[in-house]
Design a protein around this ligand. Structure first.
Ligand code: IVH
Length: 711
């Protein structure tokens, strides 16, 4: 359809329209604007510029202003862009979609198997079977079947919530709409990987090039881009494939092993990878890995390693999870892909916590299908150790999603004028002193960071904190990416997190509202404000993570949220520690939380002793509501209880006991206090048992504990 010309080009002034003409034009504008909304939001294929679109809306507003009684029920002025039309809906995963820990070296695989044995309290000589499966390099998907019929499909998203892509998944020929066989569970959530073959990727890019469409960097991007099309007809035209290898909610399990489940999924008509094997020793796993490495190039689709999974599901249940990954599986990655290029310059980036990171600006080079033009150099010691100079030819590598790195210098190619790099001693952004200190994550290479001391006055740190605040695992504000944060910060529209939430109200009063600016259309501004509004309620763990306090990563934020339950309780506890200091009971109470150590408590105290932070926090709380932490654990007789394990346990390993207690909603503490509900004492329990007796805390044997949690 050819785009209709807009009357906004040479319109009869709204003042001159007759009533009938006005009514007719309002109808036409309602239809036309709705059509452009669909093109923009649902098909990602606008036919007119933002400015032309805005003209249409202004014309509509002008006519409505003159004839208020003619405002139509379907008038564009009654719809708020972003809420009227949405992209994909969200789906909350009933069983979270987790990621895998990585191993790069054979020894790490040996250690993984040993860890599994240790955790289960088994001897290294007791055989445990694993499956070895190709790690498909595509995007993971969860497909829900009810009574055998495909009812919903969702992307992984952040693991808890993904995007609903049901209609698109239905267009993938390899994915059955109805499962076969008599023993299909009533509810079966099938998980696996959507990918594109090498041959089909090549053809797709050729077709795209011929039609002036988007060229994809690699098959994975092509698969992801094809699935996330708002128009399922586009997805249908793309050659997507699927392998099933896992599951989410299942009303009944078809087998008690991974390989049995894979066979069942195959019987139900789902494609499974034919190379998957069951192995009974670590050497079998490593042999599978080496063999697959040989076959890799000839497979016809991308794999980036091997996934090993404990085969028996009952053992998996006992092993459970740590953070976002199962203890019962690991990804053994293939070596990183490498390329050779030239270092043109070395820039300094200032991070959220002030760390100055040198970044190599490279002559762009393709590494494993992706163009790389920057690589991190970590810190000044790393540059010295590898003797990297500006002008050097270097080997760069990238593995999976990690930031590209410089591996080594090709010394033979060093030009005579190659320049040594000197790390600045002042922050290149705010000019504050930059001092050397031991690396915050205790870098295994013993690296040191140079840190800007500008803290709250350093614009670079402030920008990075804001970027962190809106990032996916934090407030997850769509449409407020790095570039917009930079721009809004530089223009002083957003300086603190609270400013993000007051932007719309300030913009409404502004003489230069965003939508009047170049690069911003009414729709994109509405979409942004809609995305901000959608985040006015947030879970405690995300909120704590978003604050960007040093050492408070995703897991620590979750541990704190689980321990305190609500923001007021959290603040009360930290405020008490601020007031009481290092030797106070309040300090020890936080320090005692499993997973939290003195470094974290000190960071919390530092954060909440700084008046500017309190001010920023209170301003933010005037705008957003922090929801209490929701436990994903099962309700049990020990939910909410604090338990301390001491002495050596016989039936469970210490780690298993801890993990199990946490799954059941108990808090596991490292030391005994008045707040402890139970001390579970194994053989040779010492001072903790004595303290429990002193304080009159209930002491249980291991058997009594097991009886209690079964109750
Ligand atoms: S199992 C709880 N098996 O790798 C573990 N994942 O790095 C669930 N992947 O998000 C994943 N092939 O997208 C599993 N045979 C395989 C896989 C596989 C590819 C992807 C998957 C996952 C990522 C984790």
């Amino acid at each position: 359809m050819t785009p209709r010309k807009t009357t906004a080009q040479r319109p009869v002034s709204a003042d001159k329209l007759t009533r009938d003409e006005a009514a007719a034009e309002l109808q036409r504008l309602a239809d036309e604007i709705a059509r452009h909304d669909r093109l923009y939001y649902q098909s990602d294929a606008p036919e007119i510029s933002d400015a032309e679109y805005d003209d249409l809306r202004r014309r509509n507003d002008a006519i409505e202003a003159r004839f208020p009684d003619l405002v139509r029920p379907d008038s564009p002025s009654r719809r708020i862009g972003a809420t009227a039309v949405e992209g994909f809906g969200k789906v909350r995963h009933r069983v979270p979609m987790l990621s895998l820990g990585n191993a790069f070296e054979d020894e790490e695989v040996v250690e993984f198997a040993a860890r599994v044995h240790r955790f289960l309290g088994l001897d290294d000589s007791d055989p445990i079977a694993f499956t070895a499966e190709p790690k498909i390099d595509g995007l993971s998907i969860s497909i829900r079947y009810e009574n055998g019929h495909l009812v919903e499909a969702a992307t992984r998203g952040d693991g808890s919530e993904g995007e609903r892509v049901t209609d698109n998944v239905r267009t993938i020929g390899e994915i059955p709409h109805v499962l076969k066989g008599r023993h299909v569970p009533d509810v079966a959530e099938i998980r696996g990987e959507i990918y594109m073959s090498h041959a089909e990727f090549k053809t797709l890019n050729e077709t795209q090039a011929a039609s002036g469409g988007k060229i994809f960097a690699n098959p994975r991007n092509a698969a992801a881009g094809s699935l996330r099309q708002l128009d399922p007809a586009v997805t249908a035209s793309r050659p997507l494939r699927f392998f099933a290898y896992a599951w989410g909610e299942m009303s009944a399990l078809a087998a008690d092993t991974q390989h049995g489940m894979i066979e069942a999924m195959h019987r139900w008509g789902l494609p499974v990878n034919p190379l998957t094997r069951r192995c009974t020793s670590t050497s079998d796993l490593l042999k599978f890995y080496a063999d697959l490495g040989q076959k890799r190039a000839a497979l016809g689709y991308d794999i980036d390693g091997v996934v090993y999974k404990v085969d028996r599901l009952d053992l998996r249940e006992r092993l459970g999870f740590v953070s976002r990954s199962p203890r019962w599986a690991i990804a053994h990655k293939f070596p990183a892909e490498q390329a050779v290029t030239i270092v043109r310059a070395i820039d300094i980036q200032v991070g959220r916590t002030g760390a100055l990171t040198p970044v190599a600006k490279l002559e762009p080079v393709t590494v494993g299908g992706v163009v790389v033009s920057n690589a991190t150099l970590h810190n000044e010691d790393e540059i010295a150790r590898k003797d990297i100079r500006i002008g050097d030819t270097v080997v760069v590598q990238r593995a999976g999603d990690v930031i590209p790195q410089v591996v080594s210098v090709v010394l033979d190619k060093r030009p005579g004028d190659a320049q040594k790099f000197h790390m600045p001693h002042v922050c290149p952004v705010c000019g504050s002193h930059a001092v050397r200190e031991a690396s915050e994550d205790g870098d295994s290479e013993g690296g040191v960071v140079r840190r800007c001391t500008g803290g709250l006055i350093c614009p670079a740190q402030a920008k990075e904190r804001l970027k962190h605040f809106v990032s996916r695992l934090a407030f997850d504000i769509e449409g407020l990416g790095d570039e917009k944060i930079e721009l809004f910060f530089d223009e002083e529209l957003i300086r603190t997190p609270a400013d993000i939430f007051t932007l719309q109200a300030r913009d409404a009063r502004s003489n230069t509202p965003l939508k009047s600016r170049k690069g911003f259309g009414e729709k994109s501004v509405d979409k942004l404000f809609g995305a901000v509004d959608a985040r006015r309620k947030i879970g405690l763990e995300r909120f704590l993570y978003a604050l960007g306090i040093r050492y408070i990563g995703e897991q620590t934020a979750k541990d704190l949220a689980a321990a305190f339950g609500s923001l007021p309780e959290f603040r009360k506890a930290v405020d008490a520690a601020v007031a009481g200091g290092k030797n106070s009971e309040a300090y020890a109470d936080i320090d005692n939380i499993e997973g939290i150590g003195a470094t974290v408590v000190d960071a919390l105290i530092d954060f909440l002793s700084e008046p500017h932070n309190i001010e920023a926090l209170d301003a933010l709380l005037a705008e957003v509501e922090v929801e209490p932490y929701v436990r994903t654990t099962v309700a049990s007789s020990v939910s909410g209880k604090t338990v301390v394990f001491t002495g050596s346990l016989e039936r469970l390993s210490r780690n298993e006991a801890k993990a199990q207690a946490e799954r059941l909603g108990a808090k596991v503490a490292g030391s005994v206090s008045r707040k402890t509900d139970y001390v579970v004492a194994g053989a040779d329990a010492g001072s903790k048992l004595a303290k429990a007796r002193d304080l009159g805390v209930a002491v249980l044997t291991e058997d009594e504990w097991i009886d209690l949690i079964k109750a």
